[in-house]
Each structure stands twice: as C-alpha cells, then as structure tokens.
Design a protein around this ligand. Structure first.
Ligand code: AHG
Ligand code: MN
Ligand code: MN
Ligand code: MN
Length: 339
C-alpha cells in the first residue's frame, strides 16, 4: 500500500537508443551520438515553429531552392539548425538537404562514417496556416574508404541504416526505424523536454478505406491512376462503400495519419510533373522504409519498389504510392491490368 505509485517505467528516446546500441556488440556509439544530435535539431525546430508568428518568423524568406520551391523563413531556419547540429555532432561526413543546392561535405569530420539526408521543413506551404509540418531524415553509413562525395548518396533506399520523421502537430511526434527493424513512435513531453516512447512497434492496418492525394492534379493523371481513384470513389463490387478522402498537403502529416489509421497516400508522376513532385532522397525513400518496416509498401509510378529506386541526382524526384499493403497492391494490380 503506501504512497500512490507513479509509472516510473518511462522509455525516453535516449534510453531507447542506449538499449538499441546494446544489441550491437560492435557498436562504437557513433550512431547513438548522431541520433542525439538529430533529436536536438527536432527540439529546436519545434521551438521556432511554435513561436514563428510571435517573433515575425512566418512568411517567405524571399529566396527559392534548387527544386524551385519558394523558401519560407522557417525553411531556412530549420535547415540552418539541422546543418549545425549534424556538423557539430562530429559523426556526419556529408549532408543533403532540400534547402542546399549542393551536398554539404563536413571537412572537419574527415573520419565520420555517416551521411544524412533531410527535408528540414516538409509541408512548409502550410506553415502560415498553422497546419502540421515536419522534418524527414535518412541516415546512410558510408562504405569503407568512401571519399565523402555526393555519389556516396546516390544509393537506393535499401542502403538506409535508419530513417524517420518528426511531425510538429498537436505535439511533436517522432517516428524512427532502423534497417530491418521495427517502427517506433515517440511523443515530446515538453515538461521534461524528452521524446517519450508512446507507440512501440508500430504495425499498420493491412487495409483502410482512406485515400490521400491532391485531386487537383486529376487532369494530368495517367489512365491507370484515374482508373484506380475511380475504383475507390465509385466502387463496382456489390455493396462496395466509397473511400474517404483525407489530404493535408504536408507529406509528414498525411504519412503519419496513414501509418496510424491505414489507407494510402499518393503523389503520382503525371503530365505536369513527369518525374513526380516528391524528392527521392529526403522524402520518398525515408518514408518508404518506415512504411515497409510497419508492414506496408511503397512503389513509384512505374510500380517499382520505392526502396530500389536509385536517384540520378541528389534532388531527383519520383512519383509515389505509400500505404497499407493491400491498398498499394490495388494500385499495382490496376496498373498490371492496364498493361
Ligand atoms: P516541402 O514543403 O518539403 O517542399 O514538401 C511539400 C510536399 C509534401 O509535403 C506534400 O505532400 C506535397 O508537397 C504537397 O504538394 P501539393 O501542394 O502539390 O499537393
Ligand atoms: Mn520545399
Ligand atoms: Mn517535403
Ligand atoms: Mn521541405
């Protein structure tokens, strides 16, 4: 009996990483230190996002990036925070960011063995509306003797050692997965300033009648994509119920909902964007690994497994279908039928 007991079995991200490292006898601790630097960048980006409209940090920076996006002030701030935390971690050799034209090589870390790809603020067009945005990241381990050039990053997503994202929503939600591992979700507890494990071993529903895409692009879609969407909206089978549509316009928020509720997110390549809109290195591949490790699947507009797609350049784009296993399978089957 005695005093009311509280739950003391709290798994912070820090404890989770320590326990993960203990599973790998050969671990040097470099990956763990890199993840601590990652964790700090999420905390500091969250801080600025939540204060932006109070300290005149909303709106445009007045510049645009290599992929032609108008940069928001927070795109630039998020990028600068991320770059400095990766550089100062001493564990990253090379970094690709949506907001940097060239890969950043950290000459001060000549023996660092990791490469990081990142989308510092995903969904930034939504920022001024107060809608959830996020940060997407991927971690590659450099091959022995790698010189630390951008060619070290033109790899398929199957080479990722870890990937994930943080969504700055009602609370900051971090989702991380290691190669061949489980998917684990953490919620920021601002009271103690720690990410707390709240969604261990995330397994997504095999199917769910929710689709998520920008139907404003329908005019530009290929026939198989139109046939697929119509099969969801106007079901032919007896008693079939139409799917529900949910589209936020921030990939991280649409992906997080899809991961939790099931369904499918799609940004197909089309006549307007023949290579698709989303970038392979820091949007499609990291998300594909999270979804595959949660039991879902991800393919490009040619129905190729997303994780096997090799980017031609660091800002290369791809169409993407990402979601519950059976929902993506429907897209694949319809594309097969259309030959
Ligand atoms: P970013 O803000 O990092 O440039 O990414 C925006 C992307 C992605 O978040 C979202 O799924 C997609 O753009 C939305 O595009 P549309 O506005 O064309 O639907
Ligand atoms: Mn952008
Ligand atoms: Mn993005
Ligand atoms: Mn972005």
């Amino acid at each position: 009996a005695g005093a009311e007991r509280i739950n003391t079995e709290i798994v912070t991200l820090t404890r989770f990483l320590t326990e993960e490292q203990a599973k790998h006898k050969e671990a040097t601790g470099d990956f763990t230190l890199l993840c601590h630097a990652l964790q700090f960048s999420f905390k500091s980006i969250a801080y600025y996002i939540r204060r932006a409209s109070l300290i005149n940090l909303s709106g445009l920076a007045g510049s645009s990036n290599t992929t032609g996006d108008d940069q928001k002030k927070l795109d630039v701030i998020g990028n600068d925070l991320f770059v400095s935390s990766m550089r100062s971690s001493g564990r990253v050799r090379i970094l690709v960011s949506e907001e940097e034209e060239e890969a950043l090589v950290f000459h001060e870390n000549p023996h660092a063995r990791y490469a990081v790809v990142c989308d510092p603020i995903d969904g930034s067009s939504n920022l001024d509306a107060g809608v959830s945005v996020g940060t997407i990241f991927g971690i590659y381990k450099l091959a022995e003797g790698a010189k630390g050039t951008k060619e070290d990053l033109l790899k398929p997503g199957t080479d990722l050692v870890a990937s994930g994202f943080t969504m700055y929503g009602a609370s900051a939600q971090l989702v991380i997965t290691m190669k061949g591992g489980t998917v684990n979700g953490f919620t920021m507890d601002n009271g103690v300033g720690e990410f707390i494990l709240t969604h261990p071993n995330m397994i997504m529903p095999k199917k769910r009648a929710i689709y998520s895409c920008n139907e404003g692009n329908s005019l530009y879609w290929d026939e198989p994509v139109k046939a697929w969407i119509d099969s969801l909206k106007y079901p032919q089978e007896e008693g079939g119920k139409p799917y529900s549509s949910r589209y936020i316009g921030s990939m991280v928020a649409d992906a997080y909902r899809t991961l939790l509720y099931g369904g499918i997110f799609a940004y197909p390549a089309d006549k307007k964007s023949p290579k698709g809109k989303l970038r392979i290195l820091y949007e499609c591949a990291p998300m594909a690994m999270v979804f595959e490790n949660a039991g879902g699947q991800a393919v490009n507009s040619k129905m190729t497994r997303m994780l096997e797609v090799v980017p031609e350049h660091i800002h290369d784009r791809s169409g993407i279908f990402l979601g519950s296993y059976e929902e993506v399978q429907k897209v694949i089957d319809i594309h097969k039928k259309h030959g």
